[in-house]
Design a protein around this ligand. Structure first.
Ligand code: 4AD
Length: 432
């Protein structure tokens, strides 16, 4: 039957009209001869008011049977109501129950994290989890919009790869018929090939790291956005990142006010995220840490506490640039004035959310690339195609990778990345 349903998110277009919504009961409250139904349909929440004296007896009887997460069609008149959260209310005139749910496991009481994670398939129905997923979707929309407006093309690198991009220690191995294959850690090397074909490209896809890290910032499967740009140098690369991150944050502020409110996010902090962003060199960061009680030697990599200490100095994300060549990936271009450091930057989010972007200018000189292959003991055979990029029309080029889930965690103000993705893959968690 075509019911011509109205989405809750669209009721503002139907004030004083009678509409039917397909929905689930989130909660029910009674006050004598009135029942208040908290209804949700994914697009929003609305309160349905059932007044015993004003509805047919069947409607009163049926609404008395409803339990949390029962599914139903509700017909009613849309009223503007400034007291209610969404600004609208439904004066119910009819209901049609699809299913009465019994024993819904997630009740309004507090549950432990493990219990919620085991019930992630249901947990995502809660207002808080819905708000996070809506913001995630908006961030993805903003990302696509940013690149579409700037002459970038979306390119999809492969998921199954014959070799590594970011080092061999955290690769997921699988068989590819008789050959060995790995789940991609980053599409970057392929995106470099794509940039030489299409100029400015970006990818958006899942990446995998078999890291035995159980921190609030690590996922085993996460989504990365990887732009790669021909004829773009280190400095311009940072400018693109600045504009990109500012655009994402401002787009969420514009489009997701209600969701940010549900999450009780302090939006005044996000409002400050407009480029340019502060920059410090690795050397300056080391000096700062040493002067502030951290035991840290030049040449080490920053851990989460170091990143947090540095980020605390700023209200905006901060770039840390020019890391030691030794601790960074083989493909990064050395600073011509100081080859012991590379033309790279990590972007550290404010408020302790850690690194959200890693990027660099890439080596374009064929001889230096060959040298790096020897130093890193990389097989020239496996990467012949990559070396070809330096042989046939090599140009200066740069790119970066933004981790979607860390960005969502920061913008939503979440303690842990596990809530930023519908079905997180964590160390010791592959279910549901
Ligand atoms: O710094 P990473 O490892 O950079 C690369 O993979 C480059 N090839 C990207 C490029 O230049 N095209 O990772 C980039 C970002 C990090 O800043 C972080 O936000 C995210 O990916 N990330 C993770 N997010 C969640 N869980 C993990 N285990 C992550 N590892 C990296």
């Amino acid at each position: 039957m075509n019911r011509n349903l109205c989405m809750i998110g669209d009721v503002n277009k139907h004030i004083d009209e009678t509409v039917t919504i397909g929905c689930w009961l989130h909660n029910i409250r009674s006050s004598g001869k009135i029942r208040f139904l908290q209804l949700r349909d994914g697009s929003g929440f609305i309160q349905g008011v059932v007044v015993k004296s004003e509805v047919p007896e069947q409607v009163w009887e049926d609404t008395g049977k409803l339990t949390q997460e029962s599914s139903l069609y509700v017909t009613g008149t849309v009223r503007e109501d400034t007291r209610s959260k969404g600004g609208f209310e439904l004066t119910v005139t009819g209901v049609e129950i699809i299913q009465v749910t019994s024993d819904y496991p997630i009740t309004p009481k507090e549950h432990g994290v493990d219990f919620l994670m085991d019930h992630r398939h249901l947990w995502i129905r809660s207002p808080r989890q819905r708000a996070i997923l809506v913001i995630r979707a908006q961030i993805i929309r903003a990302i696509q919009q940013f690149f579409d407006e700037r002459n970038f093309h979306l390119v999809d690198p492969p998921i199954l790869t014959p070799s590594s991009c970011e080092g061999t220690t955290n690769l997921f191995h699988t068989k590819y018929f008789d050959e060995d294959a790995y789940l991609t850690q980053s599409g970057q090397l392929y995106m470099e090939a794509a940039a030489m074909a299409l100029g400015r490209v970006y990818s958006f896809g899942p990446t995998f790291r078999a890291e035995k890290s159980k921190t609030r910032r690590h996922l085993i499967e996460f989504w990365m956005i990887e732009p790669e740009m021909a004829f773009v140098t280190h400095e311009e690369n940072l400018q693109v990142q600045e504009q990109f991150v500012s655009h994402i944050v401002q787009s969420v502020l514009e489009n997701c006010r209600k969701e940010l409110e549900t999450l009780e996010r302090d939006t005044t902090k996000l409002e400050k995220v407009v480029g340019p962003f502060p920059r410090i060199t690795y050397d300056e960061a080391v000096k700062f840490l040493q002067e502030n009680g951290h035991e840290f030697a030049w040449g080490e990599d920053f851990g989460a506490p170091h990143e947090t200490a540095i980020a605390e100095k700023y209200e905006k994300p901060v770039f840390i640039t020019h890391y030691p060549t030794e601790i960074k990936a083989f493909y990064m271009k050395p600073d011509p004035n100081r080859p012991e450091v590379v033309l790279c930057a990590d972007l550290i989010a404010p408020e302790g959310y850690g690194e959200i972007i890693g990027g660099s200018q890439r080596i374009d000189d064929p001889e230096l690339m060959e040298e790096r292959f020897q130093q890193h003991e990389l097989s020239k055979e496996a990467y012949q195609w990559y070396l070809d990029l330096r042989k046939y029309g090599s140009v200066p080029h740069s790119g970066f990778g933004l981790g979607l889930e860390r960005t969502v965690a920061w913008i939503c103000g979440l303690d842990h990345v596990r809530e930023t993705i519908p079905f997180p893959r964590l160390l010791y968690r592959l279910y549901p």
